[in-house]
Every structure is written in C-alpha cells, then in structure tokens.
Write a protein that binds this ligand. Structure first.
Ligand SMILES: Nc1ncnc2c1ncn2[C@@H]1O[C@H](COP(=O)(O)OP(=O)(O)O)[C@@H](O)[C@H]1O
Ligand SMILES: O=C(CO)[C@@H](O)[C@H](O)COP(=O)(O)O
Length: 501
C-alpha cells in the first residue's frame, strides 16, 4: 500500500510522520536541534541543522520500515513560519536563519510602518512585527551589507528542505503570507512593498499552491536512503496552516490551539477579513481560503526554559508528574511567559516574564503549575480577543503541539478557556496536514475534503471544563491580566539599563 511522508520542520525538532493511503500511521521519527541565541533577543538556527535532522529521520525510516523504499510515493512539509533563510547563487546558506521568535528588529518594524503607512495593512492584512520576514531582511541589509550583496535567493525554512530534496526552489502562499511581502488577496508578491525596500523580485521564489508538486526526489537521495520509487514532492504549508488542515479546521465554530515552541490560537476564515492587525491573517493551505491567529511567543519555550533551568535532567513527564496535586491558581503564584517578549495582544518585544506572589511555601510543583497556567492565560488572551473581534464563540477547540500530550495541560486548557478540548488520534497536527497534502497531491483522493474524512480523527475522550475550576480561573485570570500593564515599564527600563552597560 502506498505511503506518504509529512515532514514537520518545528522550532525544537523535525518530525517525520509516515502514513499509508488509509490515513494510518506507519511510523514516526524525530530529531532535535538547538536554538542559538548569540545575543539577548536573537534567535537563530543554521539551515544545516534541519538537513541533518531530515537525514536522520529518513535514515531511521529506511532502517525501521521494511517496505519504506518500495512504497513511498509522496512527501510534503509543514514548517516554522517567517524565519529568514538566505542563499547565495550556489544555493548555499550564507547566514544563520533568523527565526520567528527573534526580536532584534523593532527599529526595522518602525521603518516599515512609517514608510508604508496604511498600505501595509491593505496589501498584507498584517502589521509589521519583529517575527515576520521583511523586518529581518531590512536588518540584514543594514547590519550585514556584505552578506546582503551576495543574497541570490531568500526562502522560508521548509522551502529550503524542498530545495534540498528536489534541487528546485519555490514557496507557497501560506508561508509567503508571513513575510509581509505578499499581496494576500491577489496571490502575488507585492511589487510596491518589494520596491520600497530594495528587494529584487529575482530573489523571491516563485509562488505555488500548498498542494502543487514542486519536483521529484533527487536520484542521489533515492540511492542514499534506499528508495526505489519515484517520489513526488509537494510544496506544503506554514506549520499553523498545515495544522489547520490537519485538524480539519474548515468552519468557524471550532478553533485550533497549538502549544509548540510558540502558542497559537487560530480560526478558519472563508474569505478576506480585516482585523486591523489585531490578529494575524494568512492564506490557508486550502486554496482560496484563509485563517486568522493570535500568538504567544514562548509557550512550550517557557516550559522548556523552566525545565532546563530549574529541573535539569528531568523529562517533561517527570517535571509535571505532580502538578495535578496543586489547586488551580498554584497557591497564589502567577507567571507571565514573556521570556522573549510577546506578540498577541501586547505586540511588545521588550516585555519580559515574571513570577509574582512567591512565598515560603511554594515548591517546584507550584512553579511548574504556574508556568503552565501562565502559558494558558496568555493563550486565553488570544482566544478571547479572537472571539470578541469575530463576534463568535468557539464551540470546541482542537489542541495540538507537544503540550497536548499532557492530560493535565488539556484539562487546564478546558478550565481556563471554558471550552471542550479535543485531541487528534494522531499526535502531530502540522505533520498530519503535510501528509494530507502529499496524499491529495499524489492523486490518492480527488478532493481535500475526502482526504480529511479519511485522515482526520479525534480521540473520543475529550476534556470538559469543570465549573468550580472555571470560576476560580476567571477570577485569577482577571488578576493575571493586570500583570502586563504593571510590569511593562519596569521591563522596558530593565532592558534599557542592560543595553547601557
Ligand atoms: N510530554 C510533554 N508534556 C508536556 N509538554 C511537552 C511534552 N513534550 C513536549 N512538550 C512541550 O512541547 C514543546 C515542543 O512542542 P512541538 O510541537 O514539538 O514544538 P515545535 O514544533 O515548535 O518544535 C516543548 O518545548 C514542550 O514545552
Ligand atoms: O511565528 C509563528 C506563527 O506566526 C510560530 O507559530 C512559528 O510558526 C513556529 O511554530 P512552532 O515551532 O511553535 O510550531
């Protein structure tokens, strides 16, 4: 039976999910890589890290799955968004990829906003934020002019893997939408924006749909990974857009929650809408459709930082083993997850996180729980804003990302969002979306709706809000919301004082 492979190029790891045409998982494999932070606020990865991870995943699959090389017919991707990959004329990366959670570009965002005024929102449906790609391009032009001179092509992370597998470079609308260079409604690079910032059209990859074939697997790679079939490679999507497909986000009644490195709340959008930049607005992987979203910059990243700093050597399961014994509210301990600044709703790259209410009786488990609660409160900021802006309440929320593996986090999401939480039977939302694109692209199904029916299944057991927890969390969230306003000035002064030293 034919296999398709979904490759999810996440921020903390690359995950491969191999499925058969009936939408059953044959094998999953993953490989991790670090985030480099050469300076406070900088966040980088060398594209070579992703290639090594992909090599490991392909080797692992070819060793573990006896008929991998005879049955694989299609590959597609989901990838961390916005991160800037720059290549020279030989397609060699000439600078580390500046990632979506890098906040060095506040000055460049101001320049873009001043230069383009209302046109930015009219063309891209988004405002200038540090995470997006165009400010990173301006930073490179201003700070690394010798590198910029050599740039022959820019692309998004997953497109670099597409290039490595096929030798061809493309990008597709869902990822191009996160660059601030795409005319979202008219599906083309914006000449007006590119010209305004000296971005030559020749360095922007050609645009295709997520489901379009971009090439075939190179012969040398087929030989290396013992693949005997002709493997078609499809463009794929931005990770949140691929996850939206993977969870079957095709109506506005349900929303998507992702707790990966970032935290994301997203909603299906059947047509162009104008949220005045309060929410991000991007093209979906489903041709002609869109989705809106709010982002917590450090969701899983906050938990990861906490584990590495205060629970060194523990697994996530060990760190979180006894959080269920702590009452909602962590006995008066509050955490804000602004460790790398924040996007929705504050759009503040200079805010930093805090623990508030520490007292002598707090133990590691209280801190662990308060980190989870802080992350989830921050996601509630986005969810509440989305419901208010759209004038519509979600009936249920589908939860994906590493955090969705933990049942205590799921119950906390149900209680803090006051909404039924649902999980996929397949744990990887973005990777599943990538598999679905490959299955459709290979012609195994004639419509994406058909693929959705076969591939997308929810676990029967869902997480329902507990009324007493909902009440308590509503009160605590009311207090938590005030922390941003109360700490913003202190955070900004602290950052300035560090810069002055
Ligand atoms: N067993 C677990 N329990 C709770 N959280 C987890 C667990 N495993 C991973 N995570 C969280 O999920 C994050 C990774 O999620 P993932 O969706 O793989 O991220 P990305 O796609 O950004 O690489 C980790 O940083 C961690 O915070
Ligand atoms: O910047 C965004 C969305 O705008 C992030 O959501 C990235 O797309 C990274 O995703 P994860 O690695 O956290 O899944």
């Amino acid at each position: 039976m034919p296999y398709v492979l979904g490759i999810d190029l996440g921020t903390s790891s690359l995950k491969g999910i191999l499925m058969n045409e009936k939408g059953e998982v044959i094998k999953t494999k993953s490989a991790t890589y670090p985030i480099d932070t050469p300076k406070q606020g900088f966040s980088e990865q060398r594209p070579e890290y992703w290639v090594v991870a992909l090599e490991n995943v392909l080797t692992g699959l070819s060793v573990d799955v006896a008929d991998f090389g005879d049955e694989l017919i299609g590959i597609s991707f989901s990838g961390q968004m916005h991160s800037l990959v720059v290549l020279d004329k030989n397609n060699t990366p000439i600078y580390p990829a500046i990632l979506w959670n890098d906040v060095r570009t506040t000055k460049q965002c101001q320049e873009i906003t001043e230069r383009l005024g209302d046109r930015l929102l009219e063309i891209t449906k988004n405002i200038a934020l540090e995470g997006f790609t165009l400010p990173k391009i301006l930073w490179l032009q201003e700070n690394e002019p010798e590198i910029w001179k050599k740039v022959a092509q820019i692309m998004l992370p997953k497109d670099y893997l597409g290039l490595w597998l096929t030798g061809k470079s493309h990008t597709e609308y869902s990822d191009a939408a996160g660059t601030l260079l795409l005319d979202i409604e008219n599906h083309r690079w914006s000449k007006e924006i590119a010209d305004a910032f000296g971005v030559d059209r020749s360095i922007l990859p050609d645009l295709v749909e997520s489901t379009d074939q971009i090439g075939v697997l190179k012969e040398e790679l087929k030989a290396r990974f013992k693949i005997n079939t002709d493997v078609k490679i499809f463009a794929g999507g931005a990770d949140n857009a691929a996850a939206a497909l993977g969870v079957g986000l095709i109506n506005e009644d349900m929303g998507l929650i992702s707790m990966g490195t970032s935290g994301v709340v997203s909603s299906y959008e059947p047509k162009i809408a104008d949220y005045k930049g309060k929410l991000h607005f991007f093209n979906h992987t489903i041709p002609g459709k869109y989705y809106s979203m709010g982002v917590t910059l450090a969701a899983g990243n906050s938990l990861n930082w906490f584990k590495e700093t205060f629970g060194k050597g523990l697994t996530f399961n060990e760190l979180l083993a006894d959080v269920y014994t702590v009452e909602p509210g962590s006995n008066g301990l509050l955490f804000t997850p602004y460790i790398v600044g924040e996007r929705t709703p504050h759009f503040d790259s200079n805010i930093r996180g805090s623990f508030l209410g520490i007292s002598a009786h707090h133990q590691l488990k209280h801190f662990s729980r308060s980190v989870l609660e802080g992350i989830t409160f921050s996601l509630r900021d986005s969810k509440d804003m989305m419901e208010k802006t759209k004038g519509k309440k979600f009936q249920k929320l589908i939860s994906v990302g590493g955090g969705a593996q933990n049942p205590d986090i799921m119950q906390m999401q149900a209680d803090i969002f006051n909404c039924e939480m649902v999980r996929l039977t397949v744990e990887q939302g973005p990777g599943l979306g990538a598999c679905m694109i490959a299955a459709y692209g290979c012609g195994l199904y004639t419509t994406l709706e058909e693929v959705t029916k076969v591939f997308v299944h929810y676990k029967e057991a869902t997480f329902l809000p507990k009324p007493d927890h909902v009440k308590k969390y509503n009160t605590i969230y009311g207090i938590w919301k005030d922390i941003y306003g109360a700490t913003a000035d202190i955070s900004h002064r602290l950052i300035n004082s560090n810069e002055e030293e």
